[in-house]
Design a protein around this ligand. Sequence first.
Ligand SMILES: [Zn+2]
Length: 248
Amino acid sequence: MELVLTNLLLIALGGSLGSLASMLIYRLPIENSEITIFYPRSFCPLCKNQLTIVQLIPFVGYLLSRGTCRTCNAKISYSYLIHEALIAAFILFIFNIMEFTNLSAWVIVLIVISLYIQSIIDIQTLHLFQPLSIILMIAGLLLNISTGFFTIPLDALLGLIFGYGILFCINHVHKMMRSIDGIGSGDFLLLGGIGAVFGASAIGPILLIGSSITLCLYVFNKNKDKELPLGFGLGLAGIFYCLIFISI
Ligand SMILES: [Zn+2]
C-alpha cells in the first residue's frame, strides 16, 4: 500500500514537473518581451484566456477539458499530456533507483528535464535555447570538479572540449565543401554541455545514439529537404545515457 501511495505521489510530482517543462518549452524560444517564464499566467494560445486552477492540474486538467479550451473550444495540443507522462515516467524511474532524500537524485532530475526541454524545443523550432546549454556546461564542470558527480574533473573538461570541438570540426569540413553550415552552433554548445556533465568517454555513445535517433526522423519524414534536429537526438541520447548510468 505504501509503495502504491509513493508511486502515485511520484507520478503527481512528475506530472507537475512535466507541466513546468511544457511551459518552458513553449516560452523559452519566444522572443516577445511580453511573454516571459514568469509572466503572464498560463493561457490558451488562441483566445488568450487564462487557464483556471483546475485546468492547470497535471493530467486531470487536460483530461477533464478533453483537450479543448473551455472558452473558445480550440484543440489543445496533446503534447502537453505527453510531456507530463514522460517526465512522470523519468521521475518514477529515478526515484525507484535512488532515495527521495538523496540530493544527487534531484540533480539527475534537473539534468534529465533540461535535456528533455532542449530536445523538444529543437524538434519544434529547429533551434536550441543556448543559455540552457551554457548552464549545463557550467553545472557539469562544477559538479564534477567539486564532487566527481559523474566523472573525474579532467574527463569533464575534455568532454566539454571534445563535445563542442567534434561538431565544430565536422561543420567546418562541411562548410569548406558545400559553403553552407551543416550543423547549427546550438548543437556544438549542447554536446559541449553534455560532455561537461557526463565526460569525454560519454561523447562517443551519445553522439552515435543521438545521430541515429535524428537519422530515424529523416527516414520517417516525408519532406526530405527539411533541416534535421540533431539536438533532439543528442538530448534524448543524453537522457538515456544518464538513466542507464544510474541503473548500473
Ligand atoms: Zn481558447
